[in-house]
Design a protein around this ligand. Structure first.
Ligand code: URA
Length: 213
């Protein structure tokens, strides 16, 4: 597993406002969208392309276009939905699948409750969207699930990650024979006893969709 902890003043600035408990849901959604677009730029460095030639008004020029099969973007419901527009802004031709994972607050184990994905992901580059890499259970299960369906290149985009979650994802995906990359705006200190990232930003779903206001 490769970790890409993005250091950029604009990323750090937007993240600080997201963390602030006084930031309301509307601003939180807007900033999440902008922050994901910045992370998407880093996350797509290995996007597969094919060479093309275009005609400029002056002469032919070599270029590239995203190659087939199309990449697929998979938000993990529900909070990953808040990251979808920010990601597809940079990958407008990508397909979008959905994965619903819920975490049992007592056991902190993840189970699938919704799945809207192509049956066969052979040869596909997949971009998983999950704002908070906390215990890592949801993300590790999602990565393994996509790999079982044939995905051969998986990148997870997370606003924040905890060291415990990164270790778990690394451990639980070590056997997969495909490149797995985590892209995040910051690696925080730790998890608390409720499985929240410290200092974190609270419950990303609630902050996006307003239930905690
Ligand atoms: N999920 C969240 O939304 N926040 C955390 O801190 C951990 C998991």
């Amino acid at each position: 597993m490769r970790l890409l902890d993005v250091h950029h003043p604009l990323v750090a600035h937007k993240l600080a406002v997201l963390r602030d408990r006084s930031t309301n849901s509307a601003t939180f959604r807007l900033l999440t969208d902008e922050l994901v677009t910045l992370l998407a730029y880093e996350a797509t460095r290995d996007a597969r392309v094919a060479e093309i030639v275009v005609e400029t008004p002056v002469a032919p020029a070599r270029g590239v276009k995203l190659s087939s099969p199309k990449p697929i973007v998979v938000p993990i419901l529900r909070a990953g939905l808040g990251m979808l527009d920010g990601m597809t802004r940079l990958l407008p031709t990508a397909e979008v699948g959905f994965l619903g994972m819920i975490r049992d607050e007592q056991t902190l184990q993840a189970t699938t409750y919704a799945n809207r994905l192509p049956e066969d992901l052979t040869g596909r580059q997949c971009y998983l969207l999950d704002p908070m890499l906390a215990t890592g259970g949801t993300l590790a299960a999602s990565i393994s699930y996509l790999a079982e369906k044939g995905a051969d290149h998986i990148t997870a985009v997370c606003l924040l990650a905890a060291p415990e979650g990164l270790e778990r994802v690394e451990r639980e995906t070590a056997e997969l024979q495909i490149p797995v990359t985590i892209v995040t705006a910051a690696v925080d200190e730790r998890l608390n006893d409720k499985g929240y990232i410290v200092p974190g930003l609270g419950d990303a779903g609630d902050r996006l969709y307003g239930l905690a206001d």
